[in-house]
Design a binder for this molecule. Structure first.
Ligand SMILES: *[C@@H]1O[C@H](CO)[C@@H](O)[C@H](O)[C@H]1NC(C)=O
Ligand SMILES: *[C@@H]1O[C@H](CO)[C@@H](O)[C@H](O)[C@H]1NC(C)=O
Ligand SMILES: *[C@@H]1O[C@H](CO)[C@@H](O)[C@H](O)[C@H]1NC(C)=O
Ligand SMILES: *[C@@H]1O[C@H](CO)[C@@H](O)[C@H](O)[C@H]1NC(C)=O
Ligand SMILES: *[C@@H]1O[C@H](CO)[C@@H](O)[C@H](O)[C@H]1NC(C)=O
Ligand SMILES: *[C@@H]1O[C@H](CO)[C@@H](O)[C@H](O)[C@H]1NC(C)=O
Ligand SMILES: *[C@@H]1O[C@H](CO)[C@@H](O)[C@H](O)[C@H]1NC(C)=O
Ligand SMILES: *[C@@H]1O[C@H](CO)[C@@H](O)[C@H](O)[C@H]1NC(C)=O
Ligand SMILES: *[C@@H]1O[C@H](CO)[C@@H](O)[C@H](O)[C@H]1NC(C)=O
Ligand SMILES: *[C@@H]1O[C@H](CO)[C@@H](O)[C@H](O)[C@H]1NC(C)=O
Length: 745
């Protein structure tokens, strides 16, 4: 065997070394499942862990037991070669899932595939010897290509024996296609079954299944696969849609059906979930098991799931009416979590224990930032703390708004106030329409909120039906709302305080304190008040005047904090917010093998650590978290041990806290990702470049001159160039003075 195979087996043994004894997570659960058998639904890894590694590759198959429930079945899509050997490949055309066009540039053919003339590279044109030098690649091009080109095509027999899988599922499609080449799937499968037992054999062709029915092991479940409802089943000449109404017939040759997931939970063309159909109930009534296909964490899922793939599985296995008997997935870790740790949870439970779930602009993943609906959703979803970033209006009213520039978060650019556009270099490069240029009436009565869209460059937009939903809130409205909710506290974020004092004549610190006093926050609630700022001078001022919990937000990515900076932070804060990159540094979306010291350093100095900002959209997560927001949260909690999570999707973090697999007996798939783990299984030459080391946080990053006094001019015009220049010089001077003073002490 060639070079590829040796590389493969080295990778394979590296992975196998990581294998430890496994206990079945699913088996731990009581038999409360609404499956046909009452047993936990099964998980079927389509082509192995194909969401990450090339489908049907050694690595994809070997990775399944490492990051999934130990009873996960391996699925092989069976294809036949010219010499009648069986191989596993995700597509009938080899073009995209292998590098065959490099090895056999002239190997293209055109054949009739189920009535459709199709051009490409087909396994029927090559012998198994021909294919020895053909390597596999990730056929879904949005997935990482780092594992491509090092692994050979896997024979069906290997899946049945080499990987020691607890169960194997053979999916056999295109029997009638192969018969054109005098190749018989039936003969192949029957001869295979003399030596091996497949646990499941599925096919969308009635004739194929009836022809092997009773001739394979009794342990083998035959599963009839439904394709698109309008396409024609070749043996009966009926559409799959009409066969769905004839399940008693299907029961005569199969013990289960496999359907696209939207047969069970259909979605509208604009991607909203409709009520479930009767398919699952009909199948169970006919005595058929029902398996759902097409699950992947990095495909578009219905907006109803809030970009949370685990939520989707729960709709299929943990609803009041039914549970499917199994799911076919490219990311078996996520259904493993769903089945083993997240079913049957009581979502209304909140104990406000650490880690705290802190909203980021309310539940901004589902509603526009800082609107009443975003806050209501955060509370409903079990946030421990809700947050308000404070800005000020022209008439001096503190409001909650995630950006000082209304263009970012409202429809102001398309309103009569678009003419208020100004450029203020102190605040941002480029023009904006700032909150302090409009009155509260202007904003609340004339502008509409706009949902945030941090992943729009990947064309992932947040719930369009909520695009302009909700109303903005004054700080006083926010406090009145929060006060009687079951929260452990609120977090108020204050930025640009110096600008507000000097240029707007607005003392934001005093205004926040007054609003809190007026709303009775000091005396009448048990809720904690947290004040967060990136500018230490703001926190110093709050420290002088109040007893609030002060949170210092570190804006830059840092690898650790120098002792002198810790001493400084301790003077004014009891907690620190740090960004995700500082905790789990990445290169090209892979975790690098370096666990930052930052969190333990801060915690051993007595500071609580909050991580910001976590999101559900898979494009926001390193590959090591498997496009699964829950796996990411798990790493921040179990491995980084943060004290709180600042998130756009508090529901996902809250549900994480309820999971039934915490603690010592956590199953393997709930162990946090190892930084550097995925990079280490890549071919050396394919590894992404090392990232430049991040800086250390020092006392000079933390120290700031004190807040300037509040000026009494409320009609300040834009500062001139010279004035700006002056300001800079003065602040350098003040910094120097502070430094000299601290040296003298
Ligand atoms: C296969 O690759 C071609 C180009 O190489 C691309 O146009 C096509 O969309 C790919 N097909 C799939 C199913 O990804
Ligand atoms: C595979 O590649 C090797 C080295 O390039 C070559 O010697 C061998 O003939 C190739 N085998 C096939 C079946 O093409
Ligand atoms: C399948 O049905 C269609 C229309 O119902 C008919 O025209 C066609 O001849 C049938 N084909 C076969 C192979 O029975
Ligand atoms: C079910 O399908 C079988 C086989 O095609 C057919 O003979 C039978 O009439 C169908 N029954 C119904 C109710 O459609
Ligand atoms: C999905 O969301 C839409 C819009 O919010 C809602 O109307 C619909 O009822 C939801 N679907 C389900 C099944 O809950
Ligand atoms: C869920 O938790 C809430 C709050 O702790 C409790 O009131 C409720 O009874 C629980 N529901 C179930 C079904 O256990
Ligand atoms: C990460 O690095 C440490 C020390 O440099 C090493 O012991 C460990 O094996 C590495 N882990 C991985 C997954 O590469
Ligand atoms: C922090 O606030 C001070 C005023 O107290 C100001 O001079 C300084 O520029 C601010 N720092 C940053 C990074 O904005
Ligand atoms: C603003 O403050 C300056 C100096 O502190 C003072 O001279 C002036 O009278 C004040 N103006 C108003 C309108 O209060
Ligand atoms: C916005 O407010 C600032 C500060 O008060 C002021 O300098 C600027 O002229 C205002 N811009 C507009 C367009 O009113």
């Amino acid at each position: 065997m060639g070079r590829g195979s040796r590389a493969c087996s080295v990778l394979g043994s590296a992975l196998l070394l990581l294998l430890v004894s496994l206990g079945s997570a699913a088996a731990q659960k009581g038999s409360t499942w609404k499956t046909l058998s009452g047993k936990a639904p099964v998980i079927i890894a389509k082509g192995g862990f194909s969401g990450l590694f090339p489908d049907s590759s050694d690595l994809a198959y070997q990775f399944v037991p490492i990051a999934s429930s130990p009873d996960t079945a391996l699925l092989c899509d069976v294809r036949l070669t010219k010499d009648g050997a069986g191989i596993c490949l995700p597509n009938i055309k080899m073009d995209n899932c292998t590098f065959i066009s490099d090895v056999f540039p002239q190997g293209k053919s055109t054949y009739n595939v189920n009535g459709v003339s199709t051009t490409g590279w087909f396994s029927v044109d090559f012998t198994s010897t021909d294919l020895q030098n053909v390597t596999l690649r990730q056929s879904i091009f949005s997935r990482p290509s780092y594992f491509d080109g090092s692994m050979q095509i896997v024979p069906v027999e290997a899946v049945l024996s080499v990987f020691k899988a607890p169960a194997v599922w053979l999916n056999v499609q295109h029997d009638s296609f192969y018969s054109q080449f005098k190749l018989s799937m039936r003969s192949y499968i029957l001869s295979l079954s003399k030596q091996y037992i497949a646990d499941y054999i599925s096919s969308p062709e009635v004739n194929f299944l009836t022809s092997i029915s009773g001739r394979v092991s009794k342990r083998t479940k035959l599963v009839f696969r439904f394709l698109d409802e309008r396409s024609i089943e070749p043996s009966t000449n009926q559409t799959y849609g009409s066969m769905l109404k004839n399940l008693t017939f299907v029961k005569t040759f199969a013990s289960g059906i496999l359907v696209p997931k939207n047969y069970i939970w259909p979605v509208t063309p604009d991607n909203y979930l409709l009520s479930y159909t009767s398919v699952a109930a009909d199948a169970h009534k006919a005595g058929l098991e029902i398996y759902a296909a097409d699950f992947a964490n990095d495909f578009t899922i219905s907006y109803n799931y809030s970009y949370d793939p685990l939520a989707e599985y729960l709709y299929f296995i943990d609803n009041d009416a039914f549970s499917v008997d199994g799911v076919l997935t490219d990311f078996p870790i996520t259904p493993s979590e769903a089945v083993g740790c997240f079913s049957n949870l009581n979502n209304s439970k909140t104990d406000h224990a650490k880690p705290l779930v802190i909203s980021h602009n309310g539940a901004s993943g589902d509603y526009p930032d800082c609107t009443d609906q975003a806050y209501q959703k955060a509370v409903d979803d079990g946030a421990d703390v809700i947050d308000c970033p404070v800005q000020v209006t022209k008439d001096g009213i503190p409001i909650c708004m995630s950006s000082i520039d209304l263009i970012d978060v409202t429809n102001v650019a398309k309103s009569e106030f678009a003419s208020q556009t100004t450029t203020i270099n102190d605040l941002k490069a480029g023009p904006g329409v700032f909150t302090f240029n409009l009155t509260w009436d202007d904003i609340s009565k004339n502008l509409k909120p706009m949902i945030s869209s941090p992943m729009n460059k990947y064309l992932l937009f947040r719930n369009p039906r909520n695009k302009n939903a909700g109303n903005f809130m004054r700080l006083s409205d926010f406090l009145a709302f929060a006060k009687d909710k079951d929260l452990s506290g609120i977090m108020i974020t204050v930025e640009n305080a110096a600008f507000m004092a000097e240029k707007l004549g607005f003392g934001v610190v005093d205004a926040v304190i007054k609003a809190l006093d007026d709303s009775g926050y000091n005396k009448q609630t048990a809720q904690k008040v947290m004040i967060q700022s990136t500018n230490s001078s703001v926190l110093v001022k709050f420290k002088q005047e109040t007893k609030y919990d002060l949170v210092y937000m570190i804006e830059e990515s840092v690898r650790d904090a120098a002792p002198s900076s810790l001493a400084d932070i301790k003077k004014f804060a009891s907690a620190v917010s740090v960004n995700t990159q500082s905790i789990f540094p990445t290169t090209n979306q892979f975790l690098i093998n370096q666990t930052n010291k930052l969190v333990p350093t801060l915690q051993s100095a007595g500071l609580s650590v909050y991580a910001y900002v976590l999101m559900n959209e898979f494009t926001s997560q390193p590959y090591d978290f498997f496009s699964d927001a829950t796996a990411q949260i798990n790493a921040y909690v179990q491995s980084a041990k943060v004290d709180g999570i600042i998130t756009d999707f508090p529901g996902t973090a809250h549900r994480y806290k309820l999971n039934s697999c915490m603690g010592k007996n956590a199953p393997d798939f709930m162990r946090p990702a190892q930084p550097g783990g995925l990079i280490s299984v890549m071919d050396q030459r394919a590894q992404p470049p090392a990232a430049a080391p991040m800086p250390l946080l020092t006392d000079s990053d933390v120290a700031e001159p004190p807040l300037p006094p509040v000026s009494n001019t409320t009609t300040a015009s834009s500062p001139s160039h010279a004035a700006l220049r002056m300001k800079t010089d003065v602040s350098i001077l003040v910094t120097l003075l502070v430094l000299c003073a601290s040296l003298l002490i």
